[in-house]
Design a protein around this ligand. Structure first.
Ligand SMILES: [Fe+2]
Length: 296
């Protein structure tokens, strides 16, 4: 499949679709351009009530499916059932691309799960595995694949490449896009005592299609990627790296805030204030583009 990331429309600023905040999300739909949903929560055999929820949101927002169960770094082939389920959802939503993670997390039958997105070895052998799977997925889904950088506590030993070298090689060999989680960049740099800006610059920024931002928790000088906080306090430094990334990612199409817990009762404080701040930073960069979404 010929992949041209430039053909993906600008989707705008959004949040994750979460059951806990579904009413507030619809109430504030004029301020939210796009929603990202977790693929594994919306399978073809979902309950009628789940399907009704999906249809309701689909009638009001563009929806981007974001998978967590592909385990693209595992040695086994992607199960056919998994590909069919992903394709079904992508087609239903008319998704402009499909996103997943540079990770491994389960076995072929999904009977054994680590319960966590775990880092993959950045080796030549692993590179071939990931490239082959992306090329297959792009053909079968007939849309670009966009992969996300994850957090990990340390670099795996005996690697042939650094994380950013590995990601760059994957993108070069497959034309895949990058979902740049700016918070994950900052957390990995913070915990490993690296310079976050130098780390950020090493990613193939021209391949970035989407970004994630999320508030983590800082305990005893260790940052945890909890998706539970606003982007303030100890998370405030992430904004300067987001500003740098926005200015250097010419193919950026969507920015999503990931919030999975600790929503509280103040939706504005938990999410909308950060949505507006993203828009204030990104808007000047794309305001001259005819592709800008109406709500931006
Ligand atoms: Fe993320």
């Amino acid at each position: 499949m010929h992949v041209n990331l430039g053909e993906i429309p600008v989707l705008g600023v959004g949040i994750g679709l979460r059951e806990e905040i579904k009413d507030e999300t619809i109430l504030h739909n004029k301020e939210i351009d796009v929603l990202e949903l977790i693929t594994e929560q919306f399978t073809p055999d979902m309950s009628p009530s789940r399907r009704a929820l999906l249809d309701s949101f689909h009638s009001q927002f563009p929806l981007i499916p974001h998978g967590v169960g592909l385990s693209i770094g595992s040695a086994h082939a992607i199960p056919e059932k998994k590909i069919e389920e992903i394709k079904w959802l992508c087609d239903l939503l008319d998704a402009p691309y499909y996103s997943e993670h540079f990770s491994l997390n389960n076995d072929e039958e999904e009977e054994f799960s680590i319960g966590h997105l775990s880092p993959i070895w950045h080796t030549d052998e692993e590179l071939d595995i990931v490239v082959e799977k992306i090329l297959l997925l792009q053909e079968r889904l007939n849309r670009p694949i966009v992969l996300e950088n994850i957090t990990s506590s340390f670099d795996l030993p005996e690697s042939d490449y650094t994380e950013t070298e590995f990601i760059t090689k994957v993108c070069d060999r497959t034309s895949a896009g990058l979902l740049l989680d700016v918070t994950n960049v900052y957390i990995n740099a913070y915990n490993r005592k690296k310079d976050p800006l130098e780390f950020l610059k090493a990613f193939p920024l021209e391949r970035v299609v989407q970004m994630h931002l999320a508030g983590g928790e800082l305990h005893h000088d260790w940052f945890s990627d909890t998706h539970s906080q606003e982007l303030s306090g100890p998370n405030e430094p992430v904004w300067q790296f987001f500003e740098y990334a926005v200015a250097h990612c010419s193919n950026l199409r969507a920015v999503i805030i990931e919030r999975d817990q600790n929503f509280g009762s103040d939706f504005e404080k938990a999410l909308l204030e950060d949505v507006r701040r993203i828009r204030r930073i990104w808007h000047p960069v794309i305001s001259s583009s005819a592709k800008a979404p109406q709500k931006v």
